[in-house]
Ligand binder design. Structure first.
Ligand SMILES: [Zn+2]
Length: 204
């Protein structure tokens, strides 16, 4: 099982590097923190074969949980949801920004009461987008049965009752999966060693 997990991670990292999605340098992340590595997910998502391969890993993991519909947040999550749903032969829906905050399912998307929803996203950082989708699923009466992402850079350690091999570092209260977990250091702008070295900063 361990070697299977390692194979998954190695394959995922190779795909990301091939796609040029793992950038090294000096970046200011959306959180305001600085990091030496940035995941430019759209270098991956603009490549259907690589994106398809990673979404296939998610589908293979999720199949035994018998999801009935796949849902993701805008923007990258739409692509992940669609590809994973294609592998599983399911519907794909997405939650987008709602008036007054959070996300909701619009455009006539429906979830039947108790319908089993697999929630997916591209890169997990703070978990905010995934939580928005979980809330939107709840609001429609659906049941989220699992969360899966391409890349987990949340850096946390899940040790709750749902923790399992390959689970993400953020506990959403359901089984979770990532194709690749990246433990990437990031720094407060104040004590950033890359700033000290005088490396030019890229605002992401
Ligand atoms: Zn810095």
């Amino acid at each position: 099982m361990l070697s299977g997990r390692r194979q998954t991670e190695e394959a995922a990292e190779r795909l990301l590097r091939e796609a040029g999605a793992l950038l090294e340098g000096h970046f200011q992340l959306a959180s305001g923190r600085h990091s030496g590595v940035y995941v430019e997910k759209f270098r991956l998502l603009e490549r259907p074969p690589q994106t398809d391969a990673l979404c296939g890993m998610i589908a293979d993991w999720a199949r035994e949980l018998s999801p009935q519909v796949v849902a993701g947040p805008t923007t990258g999550g739409i692509i992940i949801s669609y590809e994973v749903a294609r592998h599983l032969g399911l519907r794909s829906i997405f939650a987008e920004n709602a008036e007054g905050g959070g996300r909701s399912f619009q455009r006539g998307f429906t979830i039947a009461p108790g319908e089993r929803v697999l929630v997916v996203d591209d890169v997990l950082t703070t978990g905010g987008s995934v939580r928005d989708v979980l809330e939107a699923v709840r609001a429609m009466g659906g049941e989220t049965i699992a969360v899966a992402v391409l890349i987990d850079r949340s850096g946390g350690k899940s040790d709750g009752p749902t923790a399992r091999l390959g689970s993400v570092g953020t506990d959403f209260g359901v089984p979770s999966f990532s194709c690749l977990a990246l433990d990437l250091p990031s720094y407060e702008a104040d004590g950033c060693p890359l700033c000290e070295q005088g490396l030019p900063l890229t605002i992401t």
